[in-house]
Ligand binder design. Structure first.
Ligand SMILES: *Cc1c(COP(=O)(O)O)cnc(C)c1O
Length: 358
């Protein structure tokens, strides 16, 4: 069966007219903007661009963020019309549910243990969730997957490198799914910068059912700014633009992201440091008597199984060091997830752990 995107989209979304903003209706040269009920007198706070000119905070931002997309296009090698920008990847995840999943009727597949937002968005949108646990080696359960897919399965979320396990999902398994599933395969690459795995954004023309999610929240160091990216066919990106809030990225965010995208060298240096620190931290954790298992990581965190994770978690908290207790999560019994910090922070947690008495 041929993949048919328009047919997969919910009919109400396919047929709706998007919000038409004031700036949308006009094209050409203009000097006087009396069309959007903005305050033409100014804004009570100012924010300068790099030339020292105040940004027009009294005006609505570009709804399609074209300046950012053009810069990203050069960095990522993907044309602007294949890029969606959202208020974090979380916005993109929610939009995919709203575009493809009929509440009550449709379902999506996830592979626990994985990122929590897929389930939150499913619950919020009243969409059934089929949870197929990863195998003990944290790879996809390919044998049971085929039987779990039915005519109402619209989305399959694959997180690679996976949070909280840290491993990358086998490329051949993902490719098999892309070739055989007639719904949407979403690959969440939030941690791709720390991985030796190749990104899937180079495969967009190959697979019309592929959506790749990336974010500025991790390697780019901009979790506070909220900028998530989705890469897909221009047709699918068109639906995301149709459903999103018209002005989902503020002028201030757009300006700061534009400046940040000039600093790729800095970001690449940090990635190197984080990967080196990850290897150092892994070595040190492996020498601790209460480390039971250290899971290999392609991300900026390590998942470690310890003899008594909850007790160690409490002990670290008392010393002012917070890690993520994943011990109640399926396939993560007695595991802590430790984010790679600065070299000094990493030394501090190792010193604290060396002083832990079980
Ligand atoms: C951190 C993370 C994100 C990032 O979400 P944002 O909304 O972009 O901050 C996305 N997916 C996974 C798996 C993550 O761990």
């Amino acid at each position: 069966m041929e993949f048919d995107l328009d047919n997969l989209v919910r009919p109400n979304i396919r047929n709706m007219a998007p919000y038409s903003s004031a700036r949308h209706e006009f094209s050409g040269e203009a000097r006087v903007f009396l069309d959007a009920n903005e305050n033409a007198l100014g804004s009570p706070v100012s924010f300068m661009d790099t030339k020292g000119e105040p940004l027009p905070l009294n005006r609505y931002p570009d709804p399609l963020q074209m300046a950012i997309k053009e810069k990203l296009s050069r960095i990522k090698g993907v044309p602007p019309q294949h890029i969606f920008l959202g208020n974090g990847s979380d916005e993109a995840i929610d939009l995919l549910f709203r575009i493809f999943c009929e509440p009550v009727q449709d379902n999506v597949i996830i592979f626990p243990p994985t990122y929590g937002m897929y389930e939150v968005c499913a619950d919020m949108n009243n969409v059934a969730l089929k949870k197929l646990p990863l195998l003990p080696n944290y790879q996809l359960p390919m044998e049971t997957l085929e039987a779990a897919i039915d005519e109402h399965t619209k989305l399959i979320f694959i997180c690679s490198p996976n949070n909280p396990t840290g491993n990358s999902i086998l490329r051949e398994d993902i490719v098999l799914l892309l070739n055989n599933f007639n719904g949407i395969v979403v690959i969440d690459e939030a941690y791709i910068n720390y991985s030796r795995q190749r990104t899937f954004i180079t495969e967009l023309t190959e697979y019309p059912n592929l959506v790749v999610l990336q974010t500025l929240s991790k390697a780019w160091g901009l979790a506070g700014l909220r900028l998530g990216m989705a890469f897909s066919s221009s047709n699918l990106i068109g639906y995301m633009n149709k459903v999103k809030y018209p002005y989902n990225i503020s002028i201030a965010t757009q300006e700061l992201v534009l400046r940040a995208l000039n600093n790729t060298d800095q970001v690449n240096d940090w990635i190197k440091t984080t990967v080196q620190q990850r290897e150092w931290l892994a070595q040190e954790l492996a020498t601790l008597p209460f480390t039971v298992e250290l899971h290999p990581s392609d991300a900026n965190f390590l998942l470690v199984k310890m003899t008594d994770a909850v007790d160690i978690y409490d002990y670290l908290c008392k010393r002012g060091i917070i890690v993520r207790d994943r011990s109640k999560v399926i396939l993560c019994e007695d595991c802590l997830r430790i984010t790679i910090g600065t070299p000094a922070e990493n030394q501090e947690i190792i010193q604290a752990l060396q002083q832990y008495k079980a």
